[in-house]
Design a protein around this ligand. Structure first.
Ligand SMILES: [Zn+2]
Length: 398
């Protein structure tokens, strides 16, 4: 199957090997075959032609911090959900991600190992969903508020327990290890400012991951937690809500550790109309809002390559198309073009998939998104679902 996309508007920072701002792009189910001046590619009889009409062509998006099992903020019911129910939720949410233009998801914690099953089904061709990088159960010390997410956690309190638990997650088919290094907003009575893990424990997870040629993803809000995680050798520090100058300096020019911000969850956790957000969690969100916005903006101003994560539930994802794109301007005051780079090129590099993904280039995967309007000039066009998504031979038209 060949498809010729005519009159695509390109963003130079997201395009490689082609200088023009408008192009015709020839793709098949797997790869981008040719990028050329408009009107210069002869469409043979069996080629499907789609006029993109000057709308913007983008590479498929990444969410480096997703939770596909998180169908809602009803954490109690999530803890009780069966493996089969979780499997269907994970599939449904993944399809909605694809419709929204996401073709790669790094899942940062899932019950019943459902994302591993989803990825297996995808590879067999049973389902067409974004590729998923899985972490399975999240390693966490014994801590206040763990019961909020008890189906999601594996409790570990010594390096030996960490070693075994990390090995188990890999045995189950997971790709990386997720570790709670600080407290969290949504964990009842948990404190996002508190460090909860010991450095030797986190380092043990890093050692096990290294044997698997993989890495550790650290949940970190406080600056002390971020620094502990970096010293222990983790590969990504998530959220970084209260990052300080010292932690920014540790990340700057460090090719082995990256910050993944999660703007949408910050914005969403302030939603007073959502009765599923507890008073405890809403209080924390209000208390820390200004500090989080300033800290993350400071990391951005320092020039860090920041990954694209959202951390939101399925309901919020569907209710607010483009949520993470909007959160990054409204909450963190990032430049529109940088937001697009974070969602594509930078996250592809952080996920170590940039040889095939993240930019529009001949020979790279034909995972493409058509957005109506110019998101580099007005990020709010992302509030509308993309006009087309091309992925693995499927054309999704919204
Ligand atoms: Zn998360």
């Amino acid at each position: 199957m060949m498809i010729l996309l005519k009159n695509c508007r390109l963003i130079p920072e997201l395009t490689e090997g082609y200088e023009g701002l408008v192009a015709d792009v020839l793709i098949d189910a797997k790869k981008i075959r040719q990028i050329a001046e408009p009107g210069t590619i002869e469409a043979e009889a069996d080629v499907q032609v789609i006029d993109i009409e000057g709308n913007t062509l983008l590479p498929g998006f990444f969410d480096l911090h997703a939770h596909l099992y998180l169908s809602s903020f009803d954490f109690q019911s999530l803890n009780e959900r069966s493996a089969a129910d979780t499997g269907f939720d994970v599939y449904g949410y993944a399809r909605d991600y694809l419709k929204a233009g996401y073709t790669t998801i790094r899942d940062c914690g899932c019950s019943h190992n459902a994302t591993v099953a989803l990825e297996r089904a995808r590879k067999k061709g049973i389902v067409n969903v974004p590729r998923v990088i899985s972490t399975g159960l999240i390693l966490t010390p014994t801590e206040n508020g763990n019961s909020t997410f008890k189906a999601l956690y594996k409790v570990v309190d010594t390096p030996e327990e960490v070693r075994k638990a990390a090995r188990e997650q890999f045995e189950l088919g997971n790709d990386a290890i997720k570790y709670m290094v600080t407290g969290a907003y949504f964990n009842e009575s948990g404190d996002p400012g508190a460090v909860i893990a010991m450095e030797d424990e986190v380092r043990e997870a890093v050692k096990v991951a290294a044997m698997k040629k993989s890495y550790v993803i650290a949940h970190t809000h406080s600056a002390e937690g971020i620094k502990l995680a970096i010293r222990a050798g983790v590969y990504t520090v998530e959220h970084c809500s209260f990052i300080d100058d010292e932690a920014i300096a540790m990340l700057k020019d460090n090719d082995n550790c990256f910050m993944v911000a999660t703007g949408a969850i910050g914005l969403d956790s302030l939603d007073e109309d959502n009765e599923l957000i507890s008073a405890d969690s809403l209080d924390k969100s209000k208390k820390y809002e200004a500090m989080e916005r300033q800290s993350v903006n400071k990391a951005y101003q320092a020039g860090l390559k920041i990954g694209f994560g959202s951390d939101i539930d399925w309901g919020a994802f569907v209710k607010h198309p483009g949520y993470e794109f909007i959160a990054r301007t409204e909450w963190y005051d990032f430049d529109y073009k940088d937001i697009l780079l974070q969602a594509t090129k930078y996250s592809a590099e952080i996920a170590k998939l940039d040889d095939q993904l993240g930019t529009i280039k001949e020979g790279k995967n034909a995972e493409l998104v058509v957005v109506e309007g110019n998101p580099d000039e007005d990020i709010y066009v992302m509030k509308k679902l993309p006009k087309y998504v091309f992925y693995n031979g499927e054309i999704i038209e919204n």
